[in-house]
Design a protein around this ligand. Structure first.
Ligand SMILES: Nc1nc2c(ncn2[C@@H]2O[C@H](COP(=O)(O)OP(=O)(O)OP(=O)(O)O)[C@@H](O)[C@H]2O)c(=O)[nH]1
Ligand SMILES: [Zn+2]
Length: 365
């Protein structure tokens, strides 16, 4: 979570904070401009810079070369939501450096399972869109939740297309039981139901994730109050249809803050997900902490709080199976060096962020 203080800065509405301003000091001294990456494609990116147009006051979006900050490891390459130091002087502006990320949503690359792919960086709220047009797959929701908790941001589950659901309230209760620590909201972009409530729940940077056809682009348009994303018709029965969202963009919201729409995900593989699983299954972790034996495997041991909860029905077997399945998947993933390295790197990012915060606290005293 970024708990940094907002500042008076051209990029404040895009999430710039005093902590980032401090991190930027050496780059400012080198004559570089801060900017936030809106989208990346093939060696170039669109970066919104702290360079207001003198006429309109609108922030300029520059097309910039990313080669100076690209990396053989895709997790370290620039992505939507990254803060960058931009050299705007040449014929083609150039990204000179990326600032350390406070959070990052990382999944396994769809084609190369041992490699990570960053969906969005520096996000406070991960909005998980789940369509009510058919019964939600709770296991898939739990997987998205693990991905969200792992990122370091706060998850928020949004059940979309409420106008198509017979019993939205009943489904909401089921999803809530599968999402401890996260708010679950029922909305409809078609009727406008709860869109205002949702808007009030968002952090300064929100990323939207979910399956293709979950209604992300429609929700983005509803929150932005304008047609910023193209929406294609999909069959509501199975959510299949043409893949519509091909680029990720950073969209400013009328109430302040930005929204990042991500392409529809067919499946999300966890990438270094131990913290994410602990967050998504905090109820099971709390039970496990009450087991008589520290190394309880929750099978036949006496005094096992997890088995007891399974037996009296307070913990559904479905949820326990889902937890074990994701744990196995994560153990396999972490055994691959790429994921281990990524987890290590994330710990380092957090340390950097923390030391910056601590330094701020000391100076303010
Ligand atoms: N009835 C109803 N239909 C909706 C609602 N929100 C979205 N839809 C429809 O659901 C379909 C998918 O919506 P999109 O917004 O394109 O879904 P998406 O998650 O962005 O899909 P991808 O771009 O493929 O990831 C479209 O046909 C929308 O018109 C809603 O609140 N009610
Ligand atoms: Zn146990």
């Amino acid at each position: 979570m970024t708990d940094a203080t907002p500042v008076q800065h051209p990029l404040a509405g895009h999430g710039w904070t005093s902590e980032l301003d401090e991190l930027f000091t050496p780059h400012r001294e080198a004559g570089l401009l801060p900017g936030r990456i809106a989208r990346v494609d093939r060696g170039r990116c669109d970066v919104i810079t702290a360079d207001p147009d003198p006429g309109t006051g609108a922030l300029r979006t520059l097309r910039a070369d990313t080669s100076a900050v690209s990396d053989p490891d895709p997790v370290r390459c620039p992505c939507t939501g990254d803060w960058a130091a931009v050299d705007p002087t040449g014929p083609l502006p150039v990204l000179r450096a990326l600032l350390p990320r406070s959070t990052a949503i990382v999944r396994t690359n769809a084609s190369r399972r041992s490699e990570g792919q960053v969906l969005a960086a520096n996000v406070d709220t991960v909005l998980i869109a789940v369509s009510l047009a058919s019964d939600p797959d709770l296991g898939r929701v739990e997987r998205f939740l693990a991905l969200a908790w792992e990122s370091g941001a706060q998850p928020l589950v949004v059940l979309t297309k409420a106008d198509l659901a017979g019993d939205a309230e009943h489904i909401r209760e089921d999803v809530e039981a599968a999402a401890p620590g996260a708010t679950v909201l029922v909305v409809s972009a078609a009727t406008g139901e709860n869109i205002d409530v949702l808007a009030a729940c968002l952090g300064s940077t929100t990323a939207l994730i979910g399956q293709s056809g979950a209604g992300k682009s429609t929700l983005t348009n509803a929150l932005a109050g304008a047609e910023v994303m193209a929406v294609q018709h999909v069959r509501d029965s199975d959510g299949k249809g043409r893949h519509t969202t091909t680029t990720r963009e950073l969209i400013p919201l009328p109430g302040g803050g930005v929204l990042i729409d991500t392409p529809g995900l067919r499946g999300v593989g966890l990438y270094g997900g131990a913290e994410g699983l602990a967050g998504a299954f905090s109820d099971i972790e709390e039970l496990a902490a009450r087991c008589r034996f520290d190394d309880c495997m929750h099978r036949t041991e006496p005094g096992c709080a997890v088995s007891a909860a399974l037996e009296d029905g307070t913990l559904p077997h479905r949820r326990m199976d889902s937890y074990l399945k994701l744990q196995r998947e994560n153990a396999w993933m972490e055994a691959r060096s790429d994921a281990r390295v990524a987890a290590e790197r994330r710990r380092r990012w957090k340390t950097v962020q923390k030391s910056v915060r601590d330094a701020g606290v000391i100076r303010r005293r």
